[in-house]
Ligand binder design. Structure first.
Ligand SMILES: Cc1ncc(C[n+]2csc(CCOP(=O)(O)OP(=O)(O)O)c2C)c(N)n1
Length: 316
C-alpha cells in the first residue's frame, strides 16, 4: 500500500468512527428514527476491503459497513439525514440508517434481509462477465447471516459460474446475543463451498487491504469468487439499544487492545507517515455542521406517503 492510499484508509476509518459517534449523540437526544448500528472495532474490515476496489466495481454493503459506503463516496450528511428520516435524505424518509444506495457510486442499497444481497451481487458479477467487463462485485455477511439459505445459494452459484464476486465474511463474535458456536459447526471459513478462501485479521487495516487487493486480482484473473473472512469483534451491542450484557467484559478488554484505529496509526508511524495534523478536529467540525444542517432539514410531506414506495423508474 502506498502512502497516499494508507492515509486515505486511515481517514476513512476515522471518519466512520466519528460519524457513528455523532449519530449516537443524536440517538441519545431522541432525534434518530429507530436504533443505531455501530461498526465500532470493525472499521478496518469495512474500509480496508472497499478501498481495495476499482472505481467501476460495485458494492452491496450491510449495516456494519458504513465505512465501505463512505469510501465509495456516500457522505456523512446523507447518513445524518437518513437517520433523522428527513425529506432531503437519500430515501426521503422512507427508510433509515445506511439503507440507501447510489448507482452512480456503485453502491447497491443495504437491506435487512440477511444473505439476500449475496445472490443479488452474484447477479451483478454475472452481468460483468456477460458483458466482458473487468469489474468485480463485493458484498459482506456476518457470521449469523452465513447460516441463511441465501448465503449458500448465492455463494454456490458464484463458485459454479466462476463469477468475480468477493464475499467478505465478518466473523465478529456475536449475532445479536448468539456466539458462533451456538449457531454453526466449525469456523466461518469452512463455509466457502469451494470458493478461494482467505482468512485475515480483520482489525489489521493493512492486512485487510492487502487481502482484498489479492481477492480482487483473483477475480479479475477469471478464477472465480473469493470468500474473504475477516476475524474481528463487534465492540457494541447489536445496536445502541442493546447493552450487550451477554458479552464477557474480559473479551471486550482483549479486543479493545486490538482496536484497528490506533493499530493502524502505529503502522503508519513505523513508516514515518503522519496523518494531517488536526485531522480529527477538522472532521468533527465538518460532521457537526452536517448534523446541524440535517436537524434543520424538512420532514417528508405526509401527502407524499405513497410515493417512492414502489420503483417507477431506476435512477441514481
Ligand atoms: C434473513 C434474516 N433473518 C433474521 C434477521 C434478523 N437479524 C438482523 S441482524 C441479525 C444478527 C446478525 O448477525 P451477524 O450476521 O453475525 O451480523 P452482525 O450483526 O454480528 O454484524 C439477525 C438475526 C434478518 N435481518 N434477516
Amino acid at each position: 500500500m502506498d502512502k497516499a492510499t494508507a492515509l486515505r484508509l486511515h481517514e476513512a476509518m476515522l471518519l466512520t468512527r466519528l460519524t457513528e459517534e455523532r449519530i449516537v449523540k443524536l440517538f441519545r437526544q431522541g432525534k434518530t428514527l429507530g436504533s443505531v448500528y455501530r461498526s465500532l472495532g470493525q472499521e478496518a474490515t469495512a474500509c480496508g476491503t472497499a478501498l481495495a476496489l476499482g472505481p467501476d466495481d460495485v458494492i452491496g454493503p450491510l449495516i456494519r459497513d458504513l465505512g465501505a459506503m463512505l469510501v465509495r463516496g456516500a457522505t456523512p450528511a446523507e447518513v445524518f439525514l437518513q437517520y433523522l428520516g428527513r425529506a432531503t435524505g437519500p430515501s426521503g424518509g422512507r427508510d433509515h440508517n445506511n439503507h440507501f444506495g447510489s448507482v452512480a457510486r456503485g453502491i447497491i442499497a443495504p437491506t435487512s434481509m440477511l444473505g439476500a444481497l449475496i445472490p443479488v451481487m452474484a447477479g451483478v458479477a454475472l452481468s460483468f462477465r456477460q458483458k466482458g467487463e473487468r469489474r468485480v462485485a463485493m458484498t459482506w455477511i456476518g457470521d449469523g447471516g452465513s447460516s441463511t439459505g441465501a448465503f449458500y445459494e448465492g455463494l454456490n452459484f458464484a463458485v459454479v459460474q466462476k463469477l468475480p464476486l468477493i464475499l467478505v465474511g465478518e466473523a465478529n463474535g456475536y449475532a445479536f446475543s448468539t456466539p458462533p458456536e451456538r449457531q454453526m459447526a466449525g469456523r466461518m471459513s469452512q463455509r466457502s463451498q469451494g470458493a478461494f478462501t482467505l482468512t485475515v485479521d480483520g482489525n489489521d487495516a493493512a492486512a485487510v487491504y492487502a487481502a482484498a487487493a489479492e481477492a480482487r486480482q483473483h477475480c479479475l484473473d477469471g478464477k472465480g469468487p473469493v470468500f474473504l473472512v475477516c476475524e474481528t469483534f463487534r465492540m457494541k451491542g447489536h445496536a445502541e439499544h442493546d447493552n450487550q450484557r451477554y458479552v464477557d467484559p474480559e473479551l471486550l478488554t482483549q479486543w479493545a487492545a486490538k482496536d484497528p484505529l490506533p493499530r493502524f496509526e502505529a503502522w503508519l508511524a513505523q513508516r514515518g507517515w503522519t496523518p494531517e495534523p488536526g485531522l480529527a478536529a477538522s472532521l468533527e467540525a465538518e460532521l457537526e455542521a452536517a448534523a446541524e444542517a440535517a436537524l434543520e432539514a424538512p420532514w417528508p410531506d405526509p401527502a407524499s406517503l405513497t410515493q417512492g414506495v414502489f420503483a417507477s423508474s431506476f435512477s441514481s
